[in-house]
Design a protein around this ligand. Structure first.
Ligand code: AMP
Length: 282
C-alpha cells in the first residue's frame, strides 16, 4: 500500500489506473479505524480493482468548541489496518494541501444540510459536502463507499453527486455494531465505562421502534414516543433529536410508508452519538 500526500499525485495515480482499464473505489474517512471503516474497505476491495482510502480529519466540518483538537488519531495503526484489508493507496494530505491559502469555495446542499444533525451543527454538512466534492475530484473513482451509520451524510452526498453530476456511484454500507448493539464510532473512545453501557440505549430505542413497526404500527408520533421512553429511562443519555423521515429527501413523516429513516442523536458524557435504522415499508 502506497501513502500519498499530494492531491496532484493522487489524481495522476487514479487517472493512470483508469487509463489502464482498472476500476477504482474511494473510501473517505477521518481515520482511527474500527470495524465500520474496515467493512467499507472490504466492500470496496471486493468490488473494485484498486481502492483509495482517504484519511483526513477535515477541520471545516467541526465548529469552534467541537472535538477537532481531541479527535482520536493513530496513523500507524490505521496504515497497518488499511494495508491488511488490501487497500492500494492511503491518501493522507495535510490541511494545507486541502485548504491552501486563499481557499474560498464551498458546496452547500440546501435543505438537507439544515435539518436533524445540521440544526445542532450549523456549517457541518457544508464542510462535509465541500471536502467530499474535493475528494471526488482528487480521486476520480467510479464508486465511493459511505456508511449507513451517517444516514444524513449519505443523503447530503447523494444529493450533491446528483445535483452536480459527479460521475461516481455512491454505495451505502450497513452499520457495523458492537456485540451489544452500539454503533461503532471513533468517538466511542470518549465514553467512560458507565457511559459506554448507557450508550446502548440508542440502539435499544431503535429496536423498540422496529418492534412496533413489525407489529404494524405506522403512526410516527407513537414510534417517537416509544423511542423517547427508552432514552429517558437512561439518565446518562440526553436526546438531541429523533427524526422519522423519508430516507432520500429527509422529509418528516407523520405516517410511515415507503423507505423510512428513523435517526437520532444524543449526548452521552463528552460524546455526541448518532444512530439510525432504515425500514422498507409498502
Ligand atoms: P468517519 O471516519 O467517522 O468520518 O467515517 C468514515 C466512513 O465510515 C463514513 O462513511 C462513515 O459513515 C463510515 N462509518 C463510520 N462508522 C460506521 C459504522 N459503525 N458502520 C459502518 N460505517 C461506518
Amino acid at each position: 500500500m502506497e501513502i500519498v500526500r499530494e492531491p496532484a499525485e493522487m489524481r495522476r495515480i487514479v487517472e493512470l489506473a483508469r487509463a489502464r482499464g482498472k476500476t477504482v473505489g474511494l473510501v473517505p474517512t477521518m481515520g482511527f479505524f474500527h470495524r465500520g471503516h474496515l467493512e467499507l474497505m472490504r466492500r470496496a476491495v471486493a468490488e473494485c480493482d484498486e481502492v483509495v482510502v482517504t484519511l483526513f480529519v477535515n477541520p471545516t466540518q467541526f465548529a469552534p468548541g467541537d472535538d477537532l483538537a481531541d479527535y482520536p488519531r493513530d496513523f500507524d495503526r490505521d496504515r497497518r489496518l488499511a494495508e491488511s484489508e488490501g487497500v492500494s493507496y492511503l491518501f493522507a494530505p495535510g490541511p494545507g494541501e486541502i485548504y491552501p491559502r486563499g481557499f474560498a469555495t464551498s458546496v452547500e446542499v440546501e435543505g438537507l444540510s439544515s435539518v436533524m444533525c445540521g440544526a445542532g451543527r450549523p456549517g457541518h454538512f457544508q464542510g462535509v459536502a465541500t471536502v467530499v466534492a474535493k475528494l471526488f475530484n482528487i480521486v476520480p473513482a467510479q464508486a465511493a463507499y459511505f456508511g449507513q451509520k451517517d444516514a444524513q451524510q449519505l443523503a447530503v452526498i447523494g444529493a450533491m453527486a446528483r445535483d452536480l453530476n459527479f460521475p461516481v456511484v455512491i454505495k451505502a454500507v450497513p452499520t457495523m455494531r458492537e456485540d451489544d448493539g452500539l454503533a461503532m464510532s471513533s468517538r466511542n473512545v470518549y465514553l467512560e465505562p458507565e457511559e459506554r453501557e448507557a450508550a446502548t440505549a440508542l440502539f435499544h430505542s431503535l429496536t423498540a421502534a422496529r418492534e412496533l413497526i413489525c407489529s404494524g404500527e405506522r403512526d410516527a408520533s407513537v414510534i417517537r414516543e416509544a423511542i423517547g421512553e427508552v432514552i429517558s429511562a437512561e439518565p446518562l443519555v440526553s436526546l438531541e433529536y429523533v427524526s422519522i423521515c423519508g430516507n432520500i429527501y429527509l422529509e418528516p413523516l407523520s405516517e410511515l410508508s415507503g423507505e423510512v429513516l428513523i435517526a437520532l442523536a444524543a449526548r452521552v458524557g463528552k460524546a455526541r452519538l448518532i444512530d439510525n435504522m432504515v425500514f422498507e415499508l409498502g
